[in-house]
Design a binder for this molecule. Structure first.
Ligand code: F6P
Length: 373
């Protein structure tokens, strides 16, 4: 990460970390501000950040080197992607020149950083602006000779890509181009109870039961309360009947995505867990042993679901309106894990009950770890 303070670097770093971890890359963030606080404490005045303050300069350099060393050790050991989260203002940017965004960023994140614990908010803003000014004096914008970079300006309004090469780097560009800061909820719900749910059977393409149809009515009441003018919500369903039937009474147009279909149970589709245990005991035991990687014969694993949901995540990130997703147990576990930062391996065990709406509110720029170097 490269850029002046309060440009959203730490926020972006955490978003990248969450996305790549969810996709299965071992990803770590090394935040130099945290190293600096651990070494010399928080609550240092802006003069500490003045490039002419030799003591401050040395302490910040030492913190930066300690983070860098840990990062290199981690990368040679177990890590696959490391994000070095510091200002890095000299030659070595998330760029943002919009004063209103910078001001809002200072107020919403920096004031609750440990650097300003118990400090009067107005005084803290003044001090933080002075801190930025110190960085600005020595700030060198990115040059085209510095290797690959992606520059995001004005909270995603402009994106410049230079020398980016390779699959993962390309994915990251695509992901970052779709991030925005518009706050809106995402609602996740399973379809109403299906005939298979009532019979304890997996998969299939069954219809709703009368109880399931009643849930679809309750969901309509919920949505009418949240979206009284019936225009502001995007509705997505899977392509399966039970999800489409749950959306039918909503009285709004819905998009059906095959990518949201339930886990394909392959040869076990239409069976109950007890039947699988009785007739296919080895499959039953293998799934019990490692539910995340286990793939049903001629079907899917949770790992497979995450891969097919990747484009859905980009669409969800990109959409600025509230979104209601009507889907299924396994698929919603994977989406929930992404939004809540739950590890991939734990996702098959998350409880996503029937007849329940899960409301996800946007990830706010988190405050405590974001102090700038
Ligand atoms: O039982 C409902 C259901 O959606 C099945 O269609 C699906 O196979 C199952 O849940 C997924 O849950 P688990 O991975 O815990 O078996």
């Amino acid at each position: 990460m490269v850029g002046l303070p309060a440009r959203g670097k730490s926020y972006t770093a955490r978003r990248i970390e969450r996305y790549l971890s969810w996709l299965g890359y071992r990803t770590g963030v090394f935040n130099v501000g945290e190293y600096r606080r651990a070494r010399v404490g928080a609550q240092l005045p802006h003069s500490f950040f003045d490039p002419d303050n030799l003591h401050g300069e040395e302490a910040r350099r030492a913190a930066a080197m300690a983070a860098l060393e840990d990062m290199v050790v981690w990368l040679t050991d177990e890590g696959q992607v490391a994000i070095y989260d510091a200002t890095n203002t000299t030659r070595a940017e998330i760029r943002c020149d919009d004063p209103t965004i910078i001001e809002a960023n200072i107020r919403s994140t920096k004031l609750s950083s440990p650097d300003y614990a118990d400090t009067d908010p107005e005084e803290a803003v003044i001090d933080f602006r002075a801190r930025i000014a110190h960085y600005q004096r020595v700030y060198q914008p990115l040059g085209d000779d510095e290797g690959a970079y992606l520059r995001v300006t004005g909270a995603g309004r402009g994106v410049t890509v230079s020398n980016v090469d390779g699959y993962l780097a390309g994915r990251l560009v695509f992901f970052l181009m779709n991030l925005h800061l518009t706050a809106r909820p995402i609602w996740l719900t399973r379809h109403g109870e299906s005939v298979y749910n009532a019979a304890g059977l997996l998969g299939g393409d069954p219809d709703l039961t009368p109880d399931g149809a009643r849930y679809a009515q309750s969901l309509t009441e919920f949505l009418d309360r949240r979206d009284p003018d019936r225009s502001g919500v995007v509705i997505w369903t899977s392509a399966l009947r039970r999800a489409i039937q749950t959306a039918a009474p909503l009285g709004r147009s819905a998009w059906a995505w095959r990518a949201l279909d339930e886990i394909d149970a392959g040869i076990c589709d239409g069976m109950s867990y007890a039947q699988i245990q009785e007739h296919l005991p080895e499959e039953y035991a293998a799934r019990k042993r490692d539910k995340f990687t286990y793939r049903y014969p001629r079907g899917e694993s949770y790992q497979d679901i995450i891969l097919r949901l990747d484009p859905m995540i980009i669409e969800l990130e990109r959409t600025r309106k509230p979104v209601l997703v009507i889907a299924h147990n396994a698929v919603l576990r994977a989406l929930y894990a992404y939004f809540q930062g739950v590890s991939r391996e734990r996702c098959p065990y998350l409880p996503i009950p029937l007849h329940t709406v899960i409301e996800l509110l946007p990830l706010k720029p988190r405050l405590d770890s974001s102090g700038a170097l």
